[in-house]
Design a protein. Sequence first.
Length: 428
Amino acid sequence: MENKFTSTNGIDIYSYLSPHIGAFSISLYLRYGLLYEGKDENGFAHFFEHSIFRNISTLLDGKLYETLDRSGLYFNAHTYTDYIEFFITGAPKHFKTAAEIICLTLSPIVMKRRELDTERRRIKAEILEDDDEDSLNFFADGIVYGGTPLARTICGRPADIDRYGINRLKSKRGEILTRENMFFYIGGNFPENAPRMLSDIVSGYTVYSGKRRENSVPIPTGFCRRDCAVAVKNASSASVSISFDIPHEGFTIPEVYLLDDILFSGQNNPMYMELSEKNGLIYGFTTGTVCYGNLSVLNMTYEIQHGKLLKSIELVLGVFASVKKLTEYYLPLVKTKYTENLYTLLDDAGDISSAFGYTNHILGLGFSTLEERQSAFASVNAQRISRLAEKTIKSDNLVIAVKGNEKKIDVSEIKNLARKILDAPSNA
C-alpha cells in the first residue's frame, strides 16, 4: 500500500513498493504550471523546468549527463497545465545517487547568465519545432478554455521567453518550491530505507511556505453554454477537434475516465470501429480528455480529407449521441484495465508514480491501495455512465474546431447537423 513519510523540513514523501521489478522511480511533483501563471508569465513553468536542469548541470560542474550514464540512470521532466514532474529511474543499487540528483532541483540558482541564455535558445527551438500556436489544439483550446490561462500554450512565445532571466528565476523559485506545493513519490523496487534516505537528503535544503494551489480551473467563457460552437481556421489540409464540457456536479473522476474509455479505448471502441474499420474515413485519432478538480473536457481530434469532412463529423457525433445506449455492453470491456489488469501497474516504476502520484495527490482521489482504486472503478455502473453521457453529450456543451479551407466549410451546415444529431428527442 501507499506509505507516507515527511522530511524534517515538511516535504511529504510517498512510496509504493513493487519488489518484483528491476527498477525504481523517484518523482518530484510541483503544483505549478500553465494554470497558475499570471498574464505576464506565459511559458514560465516550462522555462523554470528547463532552467532547473541547466542549474543542476552547473552544480555538478557540467557532468550531470556523465553522472547519469555512469549509474545507468534516466532523468527527465515534463510540464503540464497543472503540475511539473521531475523524475529519475534506475536500478535499486543506485537509489542514493538518484535521490541526490533529483533533490538538486531544490538548490538555489547558481548558473551564470550565459548558461541560461543557452537554455533559452533550446526552449525557443522547441517552441519553433512544436509550432503550438499554429496547431489545431491551440486553436481549439482558445475556444474551449477562453478567459482562462489554459487558452495559452504551455511553452509560451519566444518573446515571453526573452523576458525571463536569472532574477525572475530567483524570485519565482521561492514561490514555486513551497512545501505545500511539492511532494516526492517513490515507486517500484527500491531499498527498504529509501524513504528515510530521501528524507535525510531533502532535509538538507531550505524550503518555503506558501498557499496550497488547488487543482481548480476558472470557469471558461461559455462553459456548458456553448450553443453549438463551431469555428474554422484556414489551412491547406483538414483536421477536426470535437470537445464536450463535463461539469463535475454529482459525478466522479472515475466515471469520467470510464466514459472516455467507452468512447475511445481498447481494440473494439465504437469511435474507431465506426470511422476507421467500417467506413475507412481515417486511420486513427487522438484523444485529449483532461480532468481537473472542478471540471473536465472530453476531446478527440483527427485528420480528414476535405471532401469527407462533413460525413466524418456526422459519424463522430452519431457515436457520441449513441454512447448512453452502449454502456451496458461496453462498460465491462473497459473496466478490465482497472480491475483484472490493475496489477500490471506494478510492472513499471514510472506507471506506479503516475497512477498514484498524479491521481492521488494532484487530482486528489486519495487511493491508499490498488484495491481501493480497483473498487472505485468496479463500483461504477452503466446507469451512472449513461446519466453522465446524457448530461454531457449535447449541443450546449459542444465545441467543434476545424482547420481547413474556409471557402469549402459551411459553419451553419455543421451547426444544423450537430443540433439534429445531439438534440433529437431520442438523444435528449
